[in-house]
Design a protein around this ligand. Structure first.
Ligand SMILES: Nc1ncnc2c1ncn2[C@@H]1O[C@H](COP(=O)(O)OP(=O)(O)O)[C@@H](O)[C@H]1O
Ligand SMILES: [Mg+2]
Length: 250
């Protein structure tokens, strides 16, 4: 069974009475547990809109034709209340955005703790988890720094720690390397891959960086509000690719 499965996903933004943008024109997508998938496509093709719908941040439009469906581990979550969706997001999903979205007045540790608070985890349990998450991204020694005292790559790693702290089943990241130089991008990608391999986390990365796409198990290509290529070869079962066994160089 797919972990995340959407069908008939449409989204039209209304700019004015007469002006609308059809951002998603009927998307079908299926993501298996343990996959690391890239969603790629030109700017404006609907990638972020799709990610927001998959992450229950936005709802798909009710259709005139077949109803939209969004299934999380088999459960239809398309028409849950805002509260129910918020709970699912807080406990089962982690988000990473291009511009990091850290609270500037809080330290790295406090930023990570916010995600614990949203999930209803408090006190020492939360603190230990937040310190562990910062350790995983290599920032244990920066816990007391505010975002302005950290480099872009470090800020993005804090955002990743925040996304990981509740050990979510799914991580959704929108252009997570968009504001990073290529060395920092490689580091961030390696972190995602590590979590995917070690903890089986399902990772969906929206990107227009082809290097990010190449590092994923599968690339879903979007164009003009539709999926142009699901990256699935018919007859090929979807599964996570095992760790590369490149020979060590001297
Ligand atoms: N909040 C919004 N209001 C109006 N139009 C939007 C909004 N968000 C996205 N759009 C439009 O929807 C289309 C798809 O946008 P988006 O999903 O952000 O694409 P991508 O992430 O691939 O660049 C674009 O034409 C964009 O301008
Ligand atoms: Mg976008």
């Amino acid at each position: 069974m797919a972990l995340l499965e959407g069908s008939n996903l449409r989204k039209t933004y209304r700019l004015s009475k007469r002006n609308t943008v059809e951002a998603l024109k009927g998307v079908e997508i299926s993501i298996e547990a343990g996959e690391m998938v890239a969603i790629m496509g030109p700017s404006g093709s609907g990638k972020s809109t799709l990610m927001h719908i998959l992450g229950l941040l936005h709802t798909p439009d009710p259709n005139h034709g077949p109803a939209p469906e969004l299934r999380l581990a088999g459960e239809n979550v398309a028409s849950l209340s805002d509260n129910a969706r918020t709970r699912i997001r807080a406990r089962r999903m982690g988000f990473v955005f291009q511009d990091f979205n850290l609270v500037p007045t809080l330290t790295a540790l406090e930023n990570v703790l916010l995600a614990c608070e949203y999930a209803g985890i408090k006190g020492k349990v939360a603190r230990d988890a937040a310190i562990e998450a910062l350790g995983l991204v290599g920032l244990a020694d920066r816990a007391d720094h505010k975002p302005s005292e950290l480099s872009g790559g470090e800020q993005q790693r804090v955002a990743i720690a925040r996304a990981l702290v509740n050990k979510p089943e799914i991580i959704l990241a929108d252009e997570p390397t968009g504001n990073l130089d290529s060395d920092r991008s490689t580091e961030v990608l390696a972190l995602f891959r590590q979590f995917n391999r070690e903890h089986g986390q399902t990772i969906v990365l929206v990107t227009h960086d082809s290097e990010v796409g190449e590092a994923c198990d599968r690339v879903v290509k979007m164009r003009d509000g539709r999926i142009r290529d699901s990256g699935l070869r018919t007859g090929t079962p979807v599964m996570a690719v095992p760790a590369a066994t490149a020979p060590a160089t001297a």
